[in-house]
Design a protein around this ligand. Structure first.
Ligand code: CAA
Length: 293
């Protein structure tokens, strides 16, 4: 017998992060409305969620029937209007302030009053999204880590006007997904990317200046610092375009030259070498991952 969903969550954006977030909410018992204007992106997201759940089944963490139920709870839509029926939204569109502001403005008009509008932004100011949303008390950062189904942390970002109720609901929801919320204040890059991205950028400088090859830089950080993967392999996993966007946000936000993006990172992004999703970044990968963003 099918169990009653915990609630309805809308995920805006079906790229790498949006589809991972959709998977964990569906596995956590939520009805999921996954929206993206690109049909190809939506179909590839549903395939990737199904494969992600198969991985859970193969590890014995989920029964096949549970997988079918969870997958049935994911509804893929090409419009934002179905967000009128959700209890919570997690925005995971591309990491661009104007794009996110536009989405938050539309969500405010579509969603019921009181619905929390959470952003998975990796570095953009929650206050700026809150002003676009018209509901600053209900706007909060809910920053998942990649790969979403595996990583324990969700960085919860408190905007200047995020209400206490919104924060406690966010903590409760994140814990219900089996993840650990850690709360920080609104500041460029928050804590996760203020610490991580300069390391990735510096690793790129080491390659740019010929100090070491990508393989050697990564080997040093893996074996010398016990990182699960080297910073440049991680950059390829995150997406070099996303890394560059975050460095630009840090650079603009702090106006401190220590945050200047490495020219090699910029030229790789200009050339379309974005990491795993395009098949080439600091490393080469077997095939292009369709629909990832
Ligand atoms: N989706 C789902 N599950 C995945 C996965 C994926 N893409 N990749 C790996 N996994 C799972 C595997 O199935 C395996 O699960 P079990 O332990 O249950 O068997 C587990 O992760 C470990 O995988 P592997 O043994 O294949 O490989 P690994 O030990 O090298 O781990 C990794 C892979 C989990 C990605 C690990 O290398 C790691 O933790 N890397 C660092 C990731 C990281 O730092 N993420 C944060 C990025 S920053 C960010 O996301 C924020 C931002 O704003 C940019």
């Amino acid at each position: 017998m099918a169990t009653q969903p915990l609630g309805r969550v809308g995920i805006a954006g079906a790229g790498t992060m949006g589809r991972g977030i959709a998977q964990v909410f569906a596995q956590g018992g939520w009805q999921v409305v996954l929206s993206d204007p690109a049909q190809a992106q939506l179909s590839s997201a549903v395939d990737s969620i199904s494969r992600g759940m198969d991985r859970e089944v193969s590890k014995g963490r989920m029964a096949h029937a549970e997988k079918e139920e969870a997958l049935d709870r994911v509804e893929a839509v090409s419009e934002l209007s179905p967000m009128a029926s959700v209890d919570l939204v997690v925005e995971a569109v591309s990491e661009s302030l104007p794009v996110k502001q536009e989405v938050f403005g539309r969500l405010d008009r579509i969603c019921r009053p009181g619905v929390i509008l959470a952003s998975n932004t990796s570095s953009i100011s929650i206050a700026r999204l809150a002003s676009a949303s018209g509901r600053p008390g209900e706007t909060v950062g809910m920053h998942f880590m990649n790969p979403v189904p595996v990583m324990e942390l969700v960085e919860v970002v408190r905007g200047a006007e995020t209400s206490r109720e919104t924060l406690s609901a966010t903590h409760r929801i994140v814990k219900g997904l089996g993840k650990t919320p850690v709360e920080v204040n609104d500041s460029p890059g928050f804590v996760s990317n203020r610490v991580l991205m300069p390391m990735i950028n510096e690793a790129a400088f080491c390659v740019h200046e010929g100090v070491g090859t990508a393989e050697n830089v990564d080997a040093i950080m893996r074996m010398g610092m016990n990182h699960p993967m080297g910073p440049l392999a991680l950059a390829d996993l995150i997406g070099l375009d996303v890394c560059l966007d975050i460095m630009e946000t840090l650079n603009d936000g702090f106006r401190d030259s220590k945050y200047r993006p490495c020219p090699l990172l910029k030229s790789m992004v200009s050339a379309g070498h974005l990491g795993r999703k395009t098949g080439r970044g600091f490393y080469r990968y077997g095939r292009r991952v369709q629909g990832d963003s």
